[in-house]
Design a protein around this ligand. Structure first.
Ligand SMILES: Cc1cc2nc3c(=O)[nH]c(=O)nc-3n(C[C@H](O)[C@H](O)[C@H](O)COP(=O)(O)OP(=O)(O)OC[C@H]3O[C@@H](n4cnc5c(N)ncnc54)[C@H](O)[C@@H]3O)c2cc1C
Length: 354
């Protein structure tokens, strides 16, 4: 098996992995990034079509409070725009009564989206990094501590380095990657019960020729206790030239077919908007629990965000040579894009100060 040598190996080319490589770009350290999928971005995935609104299958919103992410976006000259909510919302509190149109209070903490789609952030980060550093389709299988440094054994090659940084969601890491010697018991126990944010979620989107929901007695903002769509929003593009609705579907519907999910989605939307919902241009969905490089089943019950930001992730392992980064490990905003960038920044500082 070929052995690729570098000083830092980053496992995973999601937002954490790519921003870590970006923060290390002027360090003079040779960095390799290994990524199991044949695409970059991990849980950031914008679905593009010609002449249609880009649809976010993964991360979408950020707020003013996400300071580290906002700073990175500014540095990279990437714009954001406010999520369109309208003045009203479709509200369905209970299945035995019809839905209502309610007025929304003024929004003092708006959400923002990335102009052109969240994947723009991934694309711009990747442009800043030498493409030869990135190895797609490489699945990390085992991490070994040897007298010559750490070795990451992958599907095709082995990667040797002084420092290895995992950016996998911690539960995925300890469930799918073997370690020699074994990692400390305390870490394994925490990681086994660290929730991967949004791992069970289903996102659905529909593109339309016209934003028919934007009128006096309607809204693209949907809040339903009845479902199967609990939340949905206007997802038209930044230029306001292409229109779409995007929302979540109750995660338990992963077990039915795509056609059945689509029919459920349309049935719910018909209640609010009538038959025009059937004239959609395209339907997209992403079932994250079916993505083996994001989600793996837990043993036992787990709460949303459980163990996210746990202090064990601030330690380094294997004599200070192995770090567990990734959004879920951040001490602020774990699980979110901001957490991913914070975790990358924090590990970059630890490596640069060694
Ligand atoms: C549906 C959904 C909606 C979301 N909405 C929002 C939102 O609105 N706002 C927000 O801030 N955040 C949101 N998030 C969360 C956000 O996407 C994540 O916090 C962030 O993208 C995590 O980045 P990461 O690099 O830490 O992890 P990931 O993106 O999970 O990256 C890990 C990478 O490791 C790779 N990998 C996995 N196993 C291996 C292996 N064995 N070998 C090599 N590579 C491997 C994966 O392919 C992946 O590319 C959402 C997530 C989802 C799924």
């Amino acid at each position: 098996m070929e052995i690729v040598k570098s000083e830092v190996v980053i496992i995973g080319a999601g937002l954490t992995g790519l921003s870590l490589a970006y923060y290390l770009r002027n360090s003079g350290l040779a960095v390799s990034i290994i990524e199991a999928r044949n695409r970059l971005g991990g849980r950031i995935l914008t679905q593009y079509v010609e002449d249609g609104a880009p649809l976010e299958a993964g991360a979408t919103w950020l707020g003013v409070k996400h300071e580290v992410l906002n700073r990175l976006l500014e540095e990279l000259d990437i714009g954001i725009f406010e999520q369109e909510l309208g003045e009203k919302a479709v509200y369905e509190p209970i299945s035995t009564s019809p839905h209502q149109i309610v007025s929304l209070p003024p929004n003092s903490d708006p959400s923002y989206r990335i102009q052109g789609g969240s994947s723009i952030l991934i694309d711009v980060l990747a442009e800043k990094i030498d493409s030869h550093q990135i190895h797609l389709g490489e699945i990390a299988k085992e991490i070994l501590k040897t007298k010559d440094g750490l070795i990451v054994k992958c599907e095709h090659s082995a990667y040797q380095a002084s420092w290895v940084v995992s950016t996998l969601p911690p539960h995925l890491l300890v469930s799918t990657v073997a370690f020699q010697p074994q990692l400390p018991e305390e870490l394994l126990a925490v990681a086994a019960k660290t929730h991967t944010w949004m791992g069970e979620s289903i996102k659905i989107g529909l593109r339309y020729r016209q934003p028919f929901w934007r009128n006096k007695n309607s809204s693209g903002t949907i809040v339903s206790n009845v479902g199967p769509i609990p939340e949905m929003y206007d997802h038209s593009n930044y230029e306001a030239s292409h229109y779409a609705l995007k929302g979540f579907l109750n995660g338990s519907y992963y077990s039915v077919t795509r056609a059945e999910r689509l029919e459920m989605v349309l049935r719910q939307l018909r209640k609010y908007y009538g038959p025009k919902v059937d004239d959609y241009l395209s339907y997209e969905e992403n079932i994250w629990r079916e993505e083996p490089y994001t989600y793996v089943d837990y043993q036992g019950h787990i709460l949303p965000h459980q163990n996210n930001g746990h202090s064990v992730y601030q330690q380094a392992f294997f004599d200070g040579k192995f770090f567990i980064a990734g959004s879920e490990t951040a001490s602020q905003f774990p699980g979110y894009m901001d957490g991913a960038v914070r975790s990358a920044h924090s590990v970059s500082q630890k490596i640069l100060n060694m």
